[in-house]
Write a protein that binds this ligand. Sequence first.
Ligand code: HEC
Length: 201
Amino acid sequence: MIERTMGLELHSLSLPLGPILEGYFMRFSLLEKAGGAILVTVWLLYGTIAVGNLLLPVEEPAVATTMAKAPSKQAAKTDVAPATQDLTMLLAAASPESGAKAFKKCKACHTTHSGGAHKVGPNLWEVVGRSKAGAQGFAYSSALDKFGGTWGYEDLDAYLTKPKEYVPGTKMSFAGLKKAPERAAVIAYLRSLSESPKPLP
Ligand code: HEC
């Protein structure tokens, strides 16, 4: 039926209508004519929708950009600030005493008093604010040696979460402290290893 209707279209395009069309329609059964009518209706509907689509895009971008802008603003907010805020709050609440207890996990490798010897790891007196790989006389891995910067609170938090992830190639063989409050307590304890502890963030 589709072929025939297409035929009709071709004929009506190339030949004078009138008798030809009439003769044509005579050859279709009622059912076929009804089918043709439905096809034409569908085409009309389709055409209307197509025209509608041509008009719509004028409004669509406006909606799309507001939608795209809103979440990216939120993402920017949540990306940067909270980590710092979280650590700041955790450090404010952290107790150096419980940090000292948690530090038992580190004692096998680190001394903490002024002038303490290096063990498997370097002495950690005055480590907060100290250059990374900055203890005199300790043979650091080249990974930490080349890392650069000083040990700020964020850096310590990142390193102690998973040393080998923050400094790939570090020779500190320690899995990491998974719990943020425990890390904050240990960092609060490290901060106390100083003549004049650095201000909290
Ligand atoms: C198995 C031994 C070992 C354990 C356990 C260990 N460390 Fe270390 N740590 C090291 C070594 C070795 C280094 C030097 C890393 C390098 O050179 O890459 C190091 C480096 C560090 C540094 C950087 C010091 C600097 O001068 O740059 C800090 C801070 C640190 N450790 C803290 C800790 C804390 C806190 C713990 C416990 C939660 C801990 N470590 C547990 C061996 C250890």
